[in-house]
Ligand binder design. Structure first.
Ligand code: PHE
Length: 336
């Protein structure tokens, strides 16, 4: 019987040491330590042993059971904490935490595309100040002193003759003051207007302006350039028209319309049922403007154009309220 005790102990400890997880350990417990396990079975045999051997055998059995139980508990504790640690720190199948990545604002994306097209045609980006003097914003651009655009309603005045620029056209003047023709300038920037804020107009928006000055520049070149731009930007199948218009700094002046791509020119709310969308203003640089920058109007001709970027971005992305472009709401911006 002593031998049987030794054998059981050896085989139990050997199996315990190869039980690598809690499931194997449970299997071990049922096989050895449970009420009908191998240890209990051996205890049962005690009653058949000769009475004088019983105390010694009982002692050996108890020692054997205690030793196996204590090693079992130790192993169980080790496996349990080990598994917990693993699930907290070492689940290699969990997807990683992605770092938060920003994206370009829809205004920037639209401007980037406009820039790409005009830079490809030889234009160069120029910029100017947002706080402008009356002379650059109005006077040098041939606005008469009583022109309604100078009215308090449209312009934010900082002082009597300092304003927040109401368009990017003053940069035309600044470019011509510092450079000689030929000039091919593309002028993006923020502009400010003192208008009632609504879904369609905001006190601040962006424009991009073009200026081309050289000898013998014609209105046909203006049209050709703008049509080439519009076809690249809106798609080559678009239809367009130029309507006569008026700006103090261009003569003749025009506005360019394209067929409404939202309703395929059938008429909708955005094109006000006309089938046409106005996309920009343009014209031949007025000789009075050349005079204010000391260019000889007999020698040089040029064209200029300007467009609002918010309007283009809103049409492009189907945004129906301009204010959302300035709120910096991450739920809106993360869609772009
Ligand atoms: N500056 C004009 C505007 O604000 C647009 C324009 C630019 C028109 C250049 C003609 C030529 O609305």
């Amino acid at each position: 019987m002593h031998e049987a005790i030794e054998t059981l102990k050896r085989s139990a400890l050997a199996e315990l040491s190869t039980s690598g997880d809690l499931q194997a350990l449970e299997h071990f417990r049922i096989s050895y330590l449970a009420r009908k396990g191998q240890i209990a079975e051996l205890f049962d045999k005690l009653k058949d042993a000769p009475p004088e051997q019983k105390p010694a055998l009982g002692k050996a059995l108890n020692e054997m059971r205690r030793s196996i139980e204590s090693q079992f508990e130790e192993k169980k504790a080790r496996l349990e904490t080990g598994q917990k640690k693993k699930s907290i720190h070492l689940d290699l199948t969990l997807p990683g935490l992605r770092p938060w990545v920003g994206s370009k604002h829809p205004i920037t994306q639209t401007l980037d595309e406009i820039k790409r097209i005009f830079l490809g045609m030889g234009f160069q980006v120029e910029t100017g100040p947002e706080i402008e003097d009356d002379y650059h914003n109005f006077g040098a651009l041939n606005f008469p002193p009583d022109h309604p655009a100078r009215d308090m309603q449209d312009t934010f005045f900082i002082s009597n003759d300092v304003v927040l620029r109401t368009h990017t056209s003053p940069v035309q003047i600044r470019v011509m003051e510092t450079q000689k023709p030929p000039i091919r300038a593309l002028i993006p920037g923020r502009v400010y207007r003192n208008e009632a804020i609504s879904a369609r107009s905001y006190c601040l928006f962006h424009q991009v302006e073009g200026l081309y000055v050289d000898t013998n520049v014609t209105f046909a070149e203006l049209k050709g350039t703008l049509v080439a731009f519009a076809k690249q930007f809106y798609g080559s199948s678009l239809k367009y028209r130029f309507r006569p218009s008026f700006f103090p700094f261009t003569e003749p002046s025009a506005e360019m319309d394209i067929t409404c791509f939202l309703c395929k020119a059938k008429g909708c709310r955005v094109c006000k049922n006309t089938g046409w969308l106005e996309i920009l203003g343009c014209g031949m640089v007025d000789p009075n403007v050349f005079q204010s920058v000391n260019y000889d109007p007999e020698m040089y001709t040029g064209y200029a154009f300007g467009m609002g970027i918010e309007r283009i971005a809103m049409l492009r992305y189907g945004i129906d309220d301009i204010r959302i472009l300035f709120e910096n709401d991450i739920r809106f911006l993360s869609q772009f």
